[in-house]
Ligand binder design. Structure first.
Ligand code: ZN
Length: 605
């Protein structure tokens, strides 16, 4: 029985020696721990600057009187990831003190350090002069750290000597003794560190040195180095933070290397041993500043601090509904307020608050935002109530096609695509354009037309079927070939010219003779031969023109805005149609844009 118990005890001890992190075997790992005693003092800040430049962490064995005088220096060192350790209160020969005096020397300094590192922090101890006895060691109650490289910097006070003593005695697993109370030590140590780094040493704190080698230091035991054990458990990496909205709150999830812990704060305060310990996803109320550190030991074996601003979500942008001239503005979030303008200016919380539906005058641009205490202001929603009293989300007075679309919509030549959108820059299909002409002409399709249509790729129940049969019968369209009409293909500008030209001829319009207008286009060589006379004619009568570079762009998709313009111009050319309120705009320079696909149903065009 006794043997079983001792076996179990041995197992527990063995397990406790091995960190939970996964060992990475690295035969050539060269670790070294630089330590500074007797500070902090006025020189320590310069040392911290130099260490920060090199991205190096060390261990400070501090005396309590220095901690009391330079608490901010200790705090900076601790937050930078250096290890803070205890070197007594005022540096006495401990073996000459009584038990209570020894305990007081240790606890007084630990108490001062706890104010910086937080209660619950564990410290390593180094006895002044390295001088202990078994009585003193048992009283201290901490691991005792000696050294394997003594630079004797206190004696030589020469930076070159200090540097040489570091470099010439350095070895893997070494603990190097220095004193940051001497200016010559600061210079010599930084110069020596540069050489160690160049030689491939990784500079670590004492606690990291032990942890990476899988060694657990015991209280009351002295250690002067930590040789290669064949294992390297690796340095720690920063926690990875992800956030996801949950109502008005944000769910924060953090991950860190196996075996490490994550400490965090939500008020922007620095992390120490008293900070919150992450155990699983947390819900936070924005706005707040999350700081998080992954650590095997916050005191010297920690990641850099990650700071993340968690902001309020933006309110959903308001939406519009119109009945006649009465506009309702809607926010998807009930705990928001809406502000709007009617003069085109950008609304702020100083703009008119929305309470009840607004009567709109024609030719009004309305813009609105939603905001609330739990939100950042939304994106601005904009709409245009046109001269013809149409409501558009994507057509505004400054657009070249605004008037044409407004009038074409009034005339019933074209409709929007739903939800107050006209999609002016979208292409339209061959089927859609032929359907527009069919409706414009108020044409009718006969059973005989339906029977003689030769194309295999037409859906007989589609909205375009009757219009295509009619257009084919009248010679307005020929198809791509004998079998295909390709009703779903976007119509190009040269195709539109040809169809319009034939359509006008069918309507009895006397078109001008060829005038070689196409030669004015820089890219007229790229106009297909079958389209050349039609592009020429449509250019002559002013239905098409080039872009800013005088290119016709024959194979570019014609846009819905073009179709609206063209239909209005047709109406102008045909005297027997009723007058429209005003002449449509000229097609401007640079209207061509090869916009991506728009698939719309029969009601759309
Ligand atoms: Zn000392």
């Amino acid at each position: 029985m006794k043997r079983v118990v001792s076996f179990l005890l041995a197992m527990v001890l063995l397990v406790s020696l091995i960190p939970a992190s996964t060992a990475v075997y690295a035969a050539d790992s060269k670790l070294i721990a630089i330590t500074f005693d007797d500070g902090p003092c006025a020189h320590t800040t310069r040392l911290l600057d130099g260490l920060a430049q090199r991205g190096v962490n060390v261990t400070f064995f501090t005396v309590g009187t220095g901690v009391a005088n330079y608490p901010n220096t200790v705090k900076r060192a601790y937050q930078s990831g250096h290890q803070i350790a205890n070197h007594s209160y005022n540096h006495p020969e401990l073996t000459a003190l009584s038990n209570s005096e020894v305990i007081n020397q240790v606890s007084r300094t630990s108490g001062l350090l706890d104010q910086i590192c937080g209660k619950g922090t564990s410290y390593f101890f180094r006895a002044p002069y390295g001088s202990t006895s078994s009585r003193v060691r048992s009283l201290i109650g901490m691991p005792l750290i000696l050294w394997s490289v003594d630079t004797v910097d206190w004696k030589y006070r020469n930076s070159t000597t200090v540097k040489n003593n570091i470099v010439n005695n350095a070895h893997d697993g070494a603990i190097v003794l220095l004193h940051d109370i001497h200016a010559t030590t600061i210079d010599g140590a930084l110069a020596g560190i540069d050489i160690l780094l160049a030689q491939g040493y990784e500079l670590v704190t004492v606690t990291e040195l032990f942890r990476r080698r899988g060694v657990t230091p015991y209280s009351g035991t002295s250690y002067s180095q930590c040789r290669d054990t064949g294992a390297d458990y690796g340095s720690i990496t920063e926690p990875v933070i992800t956030t996801a909205p949950e109502g008005h709150r944000q769910r924060v999830t953090m991950t860190a290397p196996q075996g490490s812990r994550i400490y965090y704060s939500l008020d922007g305060s620095d992390i120490n041993q008293e900070s919150k310990l992450y155990t699983g996803p947390i819900l936070v109320d924005p706005p707040c500043t999350l700081k998080a550190v992954a650590a095997y030991n916050l005191n010297g074996d920690r990641s850099k601090t990650v700071t993340k601003q968690i902001s309020l979500p933006a309110a959903p942008a308001p939406t519009f509904q119109i009945e006649g001239d009465s506009l309702t503005i809607i926010s998807a979030a009930s705990d928001t307020h809406i502000y709007y303008t009617l003069d085109g200016s950008t609304p702020t919380t100083g703009a008119a608050p929305y309470t009840t539906p607004i009567k709109l005058q024609p030719d009004t641009v309305v813009r609105a935002i939603a905001t609330g205490t739990a939100y950042l202001p939304s994106a601005v929603s904009s709409a245009y109530f046109s001269l013809q009293s149409h409501f558009f989300l994507d057509v505004f007075p400054q657009d070249w096609f605004c008037s044409a679309i407004d009038l074409a919509t009034t005339a019933g030549y074209m409709n929007g695509i739903g939800n107050y959108r006209f999609a002016p820059r979208s292409g339209l299909t061959r089927g859609q354009f032929v359907t527009l002409l069919y409706r414009y002409a108020q044409a009718a399709c006969t059973e005989q037309m339906r029977e003689t249509i030769p194309f295999d790729d037409l859906n007989r129940t589609a909205y375009y079927f009757d219009p295509v049969c009619w257009a084919y019968e009248n010679g307005i369209v020929n198809g791509y070939n004998a079998e295909e009409f390709r009703p779903e293909a976007f119509i190009t500008r040269q195709e539109m010219c040809k169809i319009l030209s034939v359509f006008l001829t069918c309507r009895g319009k006397q078109l001008p003779e060829a005038s070689n207008s196409v030669s004015g286009y820089a890219d007229y060589n790229s106009i297909h031969h079958w389209a050349l006379p039609h592009v020429d004619t449509m250019t002559s009568i002013g239905l098409f023109q080039g872009d800013n570079d005088h290119n016709f762009r024959p194979t570019a998709n014609a846009e819905r805005a073009h179709a609206a313009t063209v239909l209005l111009r047709l109406a102008d050319l045909e005297p027997n149609l009723p007058d429209l309120p005003q002449a449509p705009q000229e097609e401007p320079a640079d209207p061509v844009d090869n916009v991506g696909s728009l698939r719309e149903g029969p009601s759309a065009s």
